[in-house]
Design a protein around this ligand. Sequence first.
Ligand code: NAD
Length: 520
Amino acid sequence: MQKEVICIARLQRSVTLRRQTTVEKSGDGMNKRVALENLPSKMLIGGEWVDAQSGEAFDVENPATRAPIAKVPRGNALDVDRAVAAGLSAFPSWRTVPPRERGRLLLQIADRLDHRAEEIATTIALETGNALRTQARPEAKAAADIFRYFGGLASELKGETIPLSETVLSYTRREPLGVVAAVIPWNAPLLLAAVKVAPAVCAGNTVVLKTAEDAPLAVLKMAEVCQEYLPPGVLNVLTGTGIECGAPLFSHGQVAKLSFTGSTAVGKIAMEAAAKRILPVSLELGGKSPVIVFPDADEDWVADGIIAAMRFTRQSQSCTAGSRVFLHRSLFDRMLDRIVAKTSALQVGDPLDEASDVGTLINAKQFAKVCGYIEDGIAQPHSKLLAGGLPPKQGPLSQGYFLTPTIFASTNNKWRLTREEIFGPVMVAIPWENEDDVIRMANDTHYGLAAYVFTHDVGKALRCAHSVEAGWVQVNQAAGQSPGHIYGGYKESGLGREFSLGAMLDSFTQTKNVTINLTR
Ligand code: NAD
């Protein structure tokens, strides 16, 4: 009970939540108002902005106020058919556009996205609840950078010659696949859309992208920009639910590739659909990433690194969140004191307020789920709540899905909070003494997306980096993905890689070998 009182008091002293749908500040307030007045309400199919064929629509909510801010079409199998048909009809001519010309169009899209970055960032903050300053603005910039990066790589879509003999010419071509079906989640909607659309389109494919129910608006704005430069049908964007719109897209008989980012459970559904038609499939799935801190890393900056790894300023709604923090016993209490002091200084509040470091969780379902984990943590005899906890029932922050960074110390590595992906701001710190033990604990999971190691000892750092089962290990830092980064998961965290040249070639082209007898 006392724990709960402490965390409510902390929430109450956070910034006051303004009504976000109308009130704006001066300065960049103009951009916010533009964003609010021009929220998209249609899907993009074959170059046209359309409603669902059923005529149905659904609300998009602002998670900071729980108020609806827009309505978008409730696409279903009929709309999927239309969108795939548009992608098929655009494909023959798009694939023959010279790659550097396709790249040039992507560079123009990047510039235009930069131009609209503030408006798009505000839209991201409104629909996801991610704080504008710490998350949404960097995401809008990063999405433009992704288009710029892949646009610059267009001429790398090249083949090889194979020295079979002096009388034979054997070479390979990188050819596009056809219509790519892409499905994305809500947590970084614009970046995740860009990371699929830019390489797929650059490689000569057309795309049908299904947005996430909770966050379709910024992606539709990205589609507006793409539409200014790409021929009709090259990019088609659908809004709708997973069951009604995502499932028929996965199982559509004429898509050539499935590219999915989301939960491991839905990733398995995508893989089953791909298996039925022997389709190539890329999966970027969930994570439960370990952070390993060695005794020599008993320093202040390491606490900052651990907080960054946990992605607390994204409400930890990040697949790479370092949510299992293995602290060496010699520094366990000291490091936790630092982390608690620093996280308590983070401002939780209105995502549109420049002062906010942390925004809101995405929706009621996710909020209830994360609160359930916190209740479980509070109830366990082996765990101790050190920061955060259950949300307030009254006060400005109770209007939205706000939670403060929550930290448990526990001696147990085998309970729900250390095994399941919470996708919310709940960290568990676990002490360790022996290097072999900590590696074993870190690898005791079916996930394998990211890992973080903190030590000055290069030998320990590299031993750890090589033995941790994860697709991405960072030492003494906890950055986000950047263009060129070969990114993807081990184990049930995924299949295939994104963000890089290799990813574009492997995920969005197929290789044809042509062999010619030169003596005839
Ligand atoms: P989710 O799997 O529930 O939904 C993702 C998308 O799949 C949404 O567009 C949804 O509508 C659609 N979908 C749901 N059911 C479907 C079905 N039966 N058929 C077809 N489509 C369906 O995931 P979420 O809750 O939106 O996102 C959170 C998850 O995404 C977390 O597990 C997180 O780790 C993961 N994620 C992974 C990465 C990565 O790069 N590895 C990045 C971001 C998020």
